[in-house]
Design a protein around this ligand. Structure first.
Ligand SMILES: NC(=O)C1=CN([C@@H]2O[C@H](COP(=O)(O)OP(=O)(O)OC[C@H]3O[C@@H](n4cnc5c(N)ncnc54)[C@H](OP(=O)(O)O)[C@@H]3O)[C@@H](O)[C@H]2O)C=CC1
Ligand SMILES: O=C(O)CCC(=O)C(=O)O
Length: 380
């Protein structure tokens, strides 16, 4: 845990709970970062390589993400160290939720992150029984299935359009490369294509497809519906090495898979004029400075990928309402909020001569600090 102690600062994390179970082999962690603006809320990640520090960093992004869209929840994230393809997946997930019965759902409401789907949210819900709810559950359970609907990816594309306008580039006809073809990546590619962009590359852990004249996004989406993320292999044609999609000639780059994929070296070599962060934490401060110095417009993660939290906010309200929100209402709220936030942050960065991450952080931290002050949480 010493790595997490080093990450602790005036914002949090407030609580780090590690749990394990010898029967199922479950190992996991819940990090509640900052609850000044509300209870802990954020997705659960299942990945064989997840670490406590990774989850703590992701929980901090959630603190800023909720503040960025001005919704009243606190930052939190959960991580389960398991392969999502494990045959014991359900037992591991149930065991994780049971082991955190003091925290879920009193201090933390679960949602979706990498490796988990609506079906898993239904299992979490089942495990909680009458003690509370998860969000991201299937429609048939009265939930808001934001990954199936592709809400986050939709918002990423809307943010890309707002950023293109800001940079004086037309998204229609622009070449876009997308890393990741999961819940966020596929929906971003779909909406970008609807907005007239030419998707020239997409990737999964199997490799990257690249066609400078544009991939057939409809065919890729149909293959994904049949074969999941193996769609990239099923599409046919040579696959580039994983990571090559970040460097192909493109106007817009959408990293929508893992954290820390764009370091200083990739930042100095990537060809896009706009980077829209679908993933959480794909860049760090050093890479952000390199990109800013090169004149690359970057839409920070917690601005660009906030569609999921807007949808989760609707889902939280719907738990106590007789009326379920229509997906159209969610998409329209996501579009309006993310376009506005993107324009605000890019304009502030330009006016203040800062990176876009610095401008976005200033906005979010101002809101969190104000809540901490009102609740008497600031040091005297
Ligand atoms: N789901 C959501 O609502 C939200 C997610 N995010 C963030 O978006 C990112 C993606 O999440 P999500 O789409 O839900 O996750 P998924 O698990 O649905 O999809 C992840 C995708 O990334 C691919 N991938 C994994 N490793 C690599 C790699 N090294 N190179 C290229 N592709 C890779 C996976 O391929 P394969 O399947 O072949 O392994 C898969 O296509 C994460 O950073 C997450 O935190 C942010 C906001 C909300
Ligand atoms: O809060 C949620 O339910 C999911 C959203 C999320 O985890 C994220 O935006 O990274």
């Amino acid at each position: 845990m010493s790595d997490v102690l080093a990450l602790m600062d005036e914002w949090g994390p407030e609580r780090v709970v590690c749990v394990s179970d010898s029967r199922t082999g479950m190992r996991g962690v819940l990090v509640i970062d900052n609850t000044a603006r509300g209870m802990g809320k954020g997705g659960m990640r299942m990945s064989a390589s997840v670490t406590v520090a990774e989850v703590a960093r992701l929980a901090r992004v959630m603190t800023y993400k909720w503040a960025g869209v001005d919704l009243f929840f606190g930052g939190a994230k959960a991580g389960i160290a398991a392969d999502p393809a494990s045959p014991d997946r359900e037992a591991i997930l149930r065991s994780f939720v049971r082991a955190l019965s003091q925290e879920i759902p009193r201090r933390y409401v679960a949602g979706l992150d990498m490796g988990l789907t609506e079906r898993d949210a239904a299992i979490v819900q089942d495990e909680l029984g009458d003690r509370g709810a998860a969000v991201g559950t299937p429609h048939a359970l009265g939930g808001m299935p934001y990954d199936e609907l592709g809400v986050t990816g939709y918002g990423v594309a809307e943010a890309a359009d707002a950023a293109a306008r800001h940079a004086g580039i037309a998204l229609a006809g622009a070449r876009v490369a997308v890393q990741g073809f999961g819940a966020v990546g596929h929906a971003a590619a779909r909406r970008l294509a609807e907005l007239g962009a030419t998707v020239v590359a997409v990737s999964t852990v199997h490799g990257a497809l690249h066609d400078p004249d544009g991939l057939d996004v409809d065919r890729l989406l149909a293959l994904r519906a049949e074969a999941g993320d193996a769609a990239v292999k099923e599409y046919g044609g040579p696959l580039l090495d994983v990571g090559a999609e970040l460097l192909v000639p493109a106007d817009v780059l959408v990293p929508a898979a893992l954290q820390d994929v764009i370091g200083e070296d990739v930042a100095s070599r990537l060809r896009a004029r706009i980077v829209v962060e679908g993933a959480n934490l794909p860049t760090g401060p050093a890479a952000q400075r390199v990109l800013a110095a090169r004149g690359v417009t970057v839409v920070p993660d917690f601005v660009a990928n906030a569609g999921g939290v807007v949808a989760a906010g609707f889902a939280m309200d719907a738990r106590y309402s007789a009326f379920r929100p229509e997906p159209e209402a969610v998409f329209s709220a996501v579009s309006a909020k993310l376009r506005e936030n993107t324009a605000t942050v890019l304009t502030a960065a330009r006016a203040q001569g800062t990176t876009t991450h610095q401008a976005a952080l200033a906005l979010a931290q101002r809101r969190v600090r104000a809540a901490m002050d009102l609740k008497g949480r600031l040091p005297h």
